[in-house]
Design a protein around this ligand. Sequence first.
Ligand code: ATP
Ligand code: MG
Length: 400
Amino acid sequence: MTTENKLTHCSFCNNHKDQVNKLIVGEQVAICSDCIELCNQLITNDLPKESDPIEDSNFDAEAITAYLDDHVIGQDDAKKILSVAIANHYKRITYHPPDDLEITKGNVLLIGPTGSGKTLLAKSVAKFLNVPFVVADATSLTEAGYVGDDVESLISMLLANADGDIKLAERGIIFIDEIDKIARKGESTSITRDVSGEGVQQALLKLVEGTVCRVSPSGGRKHPNSEMIEVNTKNILFIAGGAFVGLSELIKNRVQGTTIGFGADIKASDVEISSDLVSPDDLTKFGMIPEFIGRFTTTVSLSELDKTQLIRVLTEVKNNYINQYKYLFSIDKVELSFEDKAIEQIVDNCLKLKTGARGLHTEIERTLMPHMFYIRNYYKNGVEKINISQELVLEPKAIL
Ligand SMILES: Nc1ncnc2c1ncn2[C@@H]1O[C@H](COP(=O)(O)OP(=O)(O)OP(=O)(O)O)[C@@H](O)[C@H]1O
Ligand SMILES: [Mg+2]
């Protein structure tokens, strides 16, 4: 092909200038508008995606707490401490401090009884911040090389939640639930040592501190031939949560030890675990390894919800159970309502279960079960409204 000939054709697809919209001709080569568009697409696909800028309110602890107030009842101290930790985290990853200053990452440890809102707090924070979020169960994690998900699977999950956007994943939040279940058993005896729990804690250390992880983009298992993506965990915020049953007993022993001779006999149940009472030493005694605890600089403790708070969980919180069931009943054209006494009774039953707000779901489900079973008959028989009384909570039955 002569140069002259070339310049009437696209050097890339060889289409003639009459076959294309535009042909841009240089000294030696020519390119048509279709190929320009194609090249453009290839380039933009390869560029790292621009993540949305972080909202200014993410740096405002008060704004975070105000949002949490809409979703989580009580736990005021926990909300404040968590909000400050989050705001600092985002300041740390957004602004660049002077060269000689490095702000250390402050991962968060949530301690509180079952059903007190640990998972809910973490989920609500992620929703507010609009960042990718992963909740994983510590008990499902294993050391690399064992059967199960190794700790790096957390990063693959985060990446999947960020739709493959590495930059976004790198500032996401990973919530590791049931962290207390990977405590090693027994303080120092090697015979009873639970190796896998301690091993998982060890494996998590690097991840929590900040390391470059090579993960498969599909989130699947590692395969020697599959393409790997590098994710830096330096700016990922880790929140660990656990009930730490028995921790108050350890704290009691310590507190009592220091007050020997002062006559006070403190019962474990009297010791409310509060954020400033839990010492790293208590957690080490519980079975967490010191290096692990050292990486969770903020400890937040949640308290058991009392009756008034449980009533608020049931009726006030956004997305509360009562509204959920009202909606379910409305699908079958039956209007559901509750007498105040009925709500109190549900809460009283729930308190007996000792499962915190978790029990509310169980109790409301138990109360409404017969009605939900017959709901089609209600409508057929002209029953348009059901008002749940205290009796119907004490003895759930259909009203037909
Ligand atoms: N403080 C709270 N305010 C509103 N709802 C709550 C609160 N605590 C718990 N709930 C509700 O109770 C249920 C269980 O809560 P959540 O999963 O947060 O408990 P948890 O503290 O993580 O317990 P566990 O230790 O068993 O995992 C959720 O449906 C949640 O909406
Ligand atoms: Mg939980």
